[in-house]
Design a protein around this ligand. Sequence first.
Ligand code: SF4
Length: 393
Amino acid sequence: MSEKLIPNGFCVLPWVSQFRDNDGVTAPCCLYRAQEAGALKLSDLKQAMLKGEWSPGCKDCQSFESRGGSSYRLQRNQQYPLECQQILDGKAQGLIDLDLRVGNLCNLRCKMCGPSSTRKWVQNWNELHPKEYGFSENALKGFLVNPWSRDPSQWDDLWQRSQNLKTLNFAGGEPFLSPEVEVFLQRFIDSGQAAQISLHFITNLTVLPESLLTKFSSFQQTSLTVSLDGAWELNDYIRSLSDFEVIAKHLHVLDQRFHELKLDRISVNTTFQAYNVLGIQALVDFLKQFKNILPLPYLNPLTDPDYFSAKVLPSDLRSLGAERLEKIATESVHAPEWLRSSFQQSIQFLREESPAHERLLGVLLKETLKLEKASGPSLKQVAPELYMALYLS
Ligand code: SF4
């Protein structure tokens, strides 16, 4: 039987996957913009996709592809070629891919995060952030309610629908802090299904429970994405309350036990922003010591909150940042293409002029001092070059 051509805008995820956010709200994937899709039902979304029409909720994939990039849609269609053909042939599909954000329980308070990602931001949020980014008292209280992941019946429901699962993704909050994740994994181990399932975690790696590690080898494979926004003090400055020495120790454990734990990939994800625009080289140098950890971070340019974006920096600083990224990418010819291309996208991001962002430089400078006063250290200590350029030029 000949393969059917995949229509433009078609994505396998609405048929085979479910994304569940920290607040329990579900969507076809983590990028799907439910607000922009409005009242569009899942069945309407599928019909539109079969006709080759882009949904307004899939704007991120559409704009990524229009710039020549490999979107999440293309990557996931490639992961599930058989299912794509079966859908185009009209065959029913069940759930094979779960992507779970297990709530806003996290031990960090990253500068660019908010209370929906970590409840450590609930206290003092309004005091430390611009008024237009504030929350009502009720909304703040809502962030302290137990997340969906604390309700055993929610896991029972997921378990009932997970009998043909192939991929299980966890993020948070911090999934390595969640006892419920371990209990859920144990169910797959006890039922014998684990060997058919690939696991993936996005973690801050500030904790590394042995009870979780020992479960990995029962699964087909496990990949880890570690969130790091710089090396040493710069990481701890951006990712407040973290301790890079502890994270480095955990990376060494994973590097040494890579094969024993049946790890498939360990990569680093960096939220590329104003604070680390000049500091990526130090992170790349740090990663060089490992055998089994990918040598370049994946750079993910921050867009929200907009005043922390690298785009708010003056053009001479952005040019210097772009030159440094160019040098790293040129020297890293053996790194995987998807990592090098994240550098190219970030270079393009830095070079695009954005007057709306440039007007926010004053907000960045003010916020930086306000946040440092509430809990140090200072930018002057951790990124003196950037500090001098921003405050003393
Ligand atoms: S096209 Fe993109 S945004 Fe839409 S469901 Fe697929 S992966 Fe998600």
